[in-house]
Design a binder for this molecule. Structure first.
Ligand code: RM4
Ligand code: MN
Ligand code: MN
Length: 411
């Protein structure tokens, strides 16, 4: 889409939306105010357990990652935050205030900080759920370090994914593991400042395959309920078994004020970490419908949005930019549902009509709307991928950054 025909296209859409009881200004401000955190671990080289295809110019250090994220923000305008994975973002001297300062210089800030309790020899039997006391103590110490790093980097959220589990029936006492899990999380929770929050992710399997200690949203919510108000559930779209209705989980968590964070990606089979919105666009749209509904009903829907992806065959930065665009598209569509007519059709139990109203929004081309927002936000091109491609960043980093021979894993 070019800016030349944008006004004309927006004019037509505007009329259409008004006839569907939509306040277009409200929709535009919602699109502009959305914030999505960029994953530091996705800008570098990432791969699968079978290998990594390396890109020229891939970020090698936390500083490179901030630079890349700032470039992504330049073309998108709604991503001024970089989420961090501590293990992969270590600084040369162990100081983290400079990370905050460097990010600020680039117009960025550091968002959710993710501790790492899975990449180490000591974690063979788990981390905070490990039967080995020393490993649990070491994990607790790492949590405290992470909160300190978060403070230095100016972050207010700790994102916790517990990789712990067992591989064989009888390997460990499941109830004792549950108790160890709570004790470990409590150390982290108690360490948080008053204005900090922790979000607890769940995942049904992998890296362990018989049990996972935080296997589903019920377990995550149970722990968060016991911990207190500063703990909320994080939903990663790739962490569900086939057929699970994620939008229903979202609605339940929203209604209980326990939805804290999101890891966006897409899955086909398992925790595939594919580009958001490519495999299941309807699912993402329906998730946003629940969030927008809740907000309209006055429910607190203050959610930390993050990408959590791994770009194996596509250039990472383009994959990230395209993901955010897909998320914006799904969000915009969820904002233009004719909710007034939907309520009436629901009250009349008109099943066909209710679904047609949903699909009318889903099938609407919202690109003129999003492009108008980008234009009003002052972005130099309404197409972020083109903007990135024409800006010359990929060429610049390919020339400037030497391949360090390291794989940056992410997932
Ligand atoms: C997990 C989970 C976490 C991510 C790790 C690397 O599957 O999604 O969020 O940090 O992978
Ligand atoms: Mn995740
Ligand atoms: Mn994952």
């Amino acid at each position: 889409m070019t800016v030349e025909n944008l006004d004309q296209k927006m004019g037509l859409l505007d009329e259409d939306l008004k006839s569907r009881n939509i306040d277009v200004d409200d929709v535009k401000s919602a699109i502009k105010n959305m914030v999505i955190e960029l994953p530091s671990w996705a800008v570098g080289n990432s791969g699968t357990r079978y290998g990594t295809f390396r890109d020229k110019g891939a970020a090698r250090t936390v500083w490179d990652k901030i630079d890349d994220c700032a470039e992504i923000q330049r073309v998108l305008g709604i991503c001024p935050v970089m989420a961090s994975h501590v293990l992969w973002d270590v600084t040369e001297d162990g100081r983290y205030t400079p990370v905050r300062e460097y990010a600020e210089e680039r117009g960025m800030r550091i968002g959710t900080v993710h501790p790492n309790t899975f990449a180490g020899q000591e974690f063979r039997f788990g981390s905070l759920c490990s039967p080995i006391k020393e490993v649990r103590e070491q994990t607790a110490a790492h949590f405290k370090d992470c909160v300190k790093m978060a403070r230095e980097m100016g972050s207010k959220v700790i994102g916790m994914w517990i990789a712990d589990g067992t591989n064989y029936p009888g390997q460990d006492s499941l109830r004792e593991r549950k108790q160890r899990l709570f004790d470990g999380l409590k150390v982290l929770y108690d360490e948080l400042d008053d204005d900090m929050e922790m979000v607890l992710e769940y995942k049904p399997f992998e890296p362990f395959f018989y049990t996972s200690d935080v296997q589903d949203w019920g377990m995550s919510k149970l722990m968060c309920d016991k911990l207190g108000d500063k703990a909320k559930v994080l939903v990663d779209l790739g962490h569900h078994l086939d057929g699970v209705n994620i939008e229903q989980i979202i609605s339940i968590l929203l209604d209980e004020d326990k939805l804290g964070g999101f890891h966006f990606n897409n899955r086909r089979y398992a925790d595939d970490d594919l580009i958001s919105g490519t495999v299941k666009p309807l699912e993402m749209f329906m998730i946003f419908k629940e969030i927008v509904d809740a907000r309209k009903d006055g429910i607190n829907a203050d959610i930390t949005y993050m990408l959590d992806q791994s770009h194996n065959i596509e250039p990472s930065l383009e994959g990230i930019i395209y993901s955010v665009m897909n998320i914006q598209t799904a969000y915009a569509k969820s904002l233009i549902i004719d909710r007034k007519s939907l309520k009436e059709a629901q009250a009349a139990n008109d099943v066909i009509k209710t679904n047609r109203i949903i699909m009318e929004a889903f099938n609407t081309d919202v690109e003129p709307l999003i492009a108008t927002c980008r234009n009003e936000m002052g972005l130099s091109d309404v197409d972020p991928v083109n903007n990135y491609r024409n800006g010359g960043w990929a060429k610049k980093i390919a020339e400037a950054r030497e391949d360090d021979g390291m794989n940056t894993l992410g997932g």
